[in-house]
Design a binder for this molecule. Sequence first.
Ligand code: SF4
Ligand code: SF4
Length: 398
Amino acid sequence: MLVVDLPTLYHELDELGFYSYGTLTRQEILKLASICELSDENRARYRIEEALSAIVVALRYGEGLYEMPSWAQPYCLGFHAPDSVPLRVPRAPTMAGVPTMPDVPMVQIAHFARANWYAETLDRLKKLSQRLKKVLEGQAAASGEAVPPMRLWQRVANSGLPERPMALAAGLGSQGKNQLLIARRKNTIFASDTPLYSSAVVLGVLLCPITICNGTVGSDIRSGISLDTEEESSETLNDKNVSSTLEKALAERGSYPLCGSCRKCVDACPSGALSLPLIRPDTKSKDAKSKVVFKKLLCIQHWTARLDAILPQEVEKTLPPRLYGCDSCLEVCPYFHPDPKADTQFGRLGPELPALYFVESSNETIRENFRGTTMNLAWMSMDAFRRNAALCLADNSD
Ligand code: SF4
Ligand code: SF4
């Protein structure tokens, strides 16, 4: 049986610069799919039943200075600004090399979407699958077995899979009160000043057509059992550990072990999507903790790319000047540590774009200019971006 062992895998993940990572067995993948009620459509789409293991990764995203895309620059220079629009949005001094007018209204893009970190993650996962395939080819030459073809290694990011629960179950970190993953650094070759935790990460999953064993191939480091025989396959050995991390992650739900008494994200949420119900003073248990209530329909992040219903008033009032995403509960978090050295060439947009571009451009033009970025997914509505820009302009004319 062809297997990849953890030391080999971790070495490759370290080399590829992933901040945190973990693995799931076939049983754990199926259990999570069931717990998270993964739809039949997504089960079929990601061929869940065929995956023998999954590698879950977290990539720490960067805060690079990006050049304003050329298609947006004329709007920054005020060429298109009608006289009737009073301009007084404070500008973020983060655009490199573009001499913008000081008061051109800008709409903001959340940190994770300022470049296409998902594409960067997928690119690195592709390299990972190629490297693992090479390792397997070495084994296959000795055993005569066939190495699974590349098309059976499925790379996904920002997908319909329950990526955050998968990351928690694979031991990448804990959930914060802002509902996001606080990833724990696993990479062993990063510089020593790399923070131990960071919530500034995007997630990716590599669904594998092979099993991953806990020890080095040929011997199990926990029990000394040989892995050379079919009877003691890596999958069998992994089964002995099945769900220990998964069960821990499930038991941990709602306890936010890294947050302590902090509630900065709850207080910073502008639309009231996060709340911490008060514990009654007469409660019997001293250890009683209140669970954060997250109201998805009040979350700005949920709405910025959607136009399928009327915006709740709380969201409409607090959405400007956002274009896509919302960082309010993330930026206040003490675990929010973007990587100052990280960069990617994929889908660079930057932190802000001129609002007028959106109200004066057709949906086709916007989609075409967003090609290759995080903001061109099929489900995203360009009309929603135009609405957000209009809200920003209206906010500035009050
Ligand atoms: S993303 Fe924004 S709206 Fe949603 S919970 Fe966080 S702060 Fe609140
Ligand atoms: S801001 Fe505080 S409470 Fe919220 S996720 Fe971060 S550490 Fe936890």
